[in-house]
Design a binder for this molecule. Structure first.
Ligand code: FE
Length: 160
């Protein structure tokens, strides 16, 4: 046997941007995510984030690094003066608090994010209001996939 018994199964997602709209999991108004890899062993997740019509991803902070690759459209953080355009790579350092915003003239943005640890939602004073870790993302997926008819087990293909 060439591979170790304990090795996780690989994942191949053909059509990262899905034809089936139901694959997108609602996150907030005008905000959805599409799971690709949900790592319960290492506590990270890889997903596409889609934001339409000047949507906002609430102010949040990360305890661990985030890497992003912008596939379509553009977005920025209220706290920075740069713009992440299609083709851009973004590194979000642990400890930073930011609010992701899509300009009004951008109909849709899609970005691939690799998020380790959690999204920690905070208020203006930096007080924690909510958080999402990989387990919360899995629960969001399950709930949505049950409701839309894809079935609870649809999310299992992304979990490692
Ligand atoms: Fe972030």
């Amino acid at each position: 046997m060439l591979n170790p018994m304990e090795m996780a199964k690989d994942i191949v997602v053909n059509g990262v941007i899905p034809d089936d709209e139901r694959v997108w999991v609602p996150q907030a108004e005008n905000v959805w995510f599409r799971p690709l890899c949900l790592s319960t062993r290492q506590g990270y997740w890889v997903n596409l984030l889609r934001v339409r019509k000047s949507g906002i991803l609430s102010r949040h902070r990360h305890p661990a690094p985030v890497h992003g690759y912008v596939i379509e459209g553009k977005w920025h953080y209220l706290e920075h003066d740069w713009m992440a355009t299609a083709g851009s790579y973004v590194f979000e350092p642990p400890g930073e608090t930011h609010t992701l915003t899509v300009p009004a003239d951008v109909p849709q943005m899609i970005t691939l994010f690799h998020i380790t640890g959690a999204m920690i939602y905070v208020d203006e004073a930096g007080k924690v209001t909510a958080y999402e870790d990989v387990f919360a993302k899995i629960e969001m997926c399950r709930k949505h996939y049950i409701a839309c008819g894809l079935g609870a087990e649809f999310v299992d293909q992304f979990i490692r």
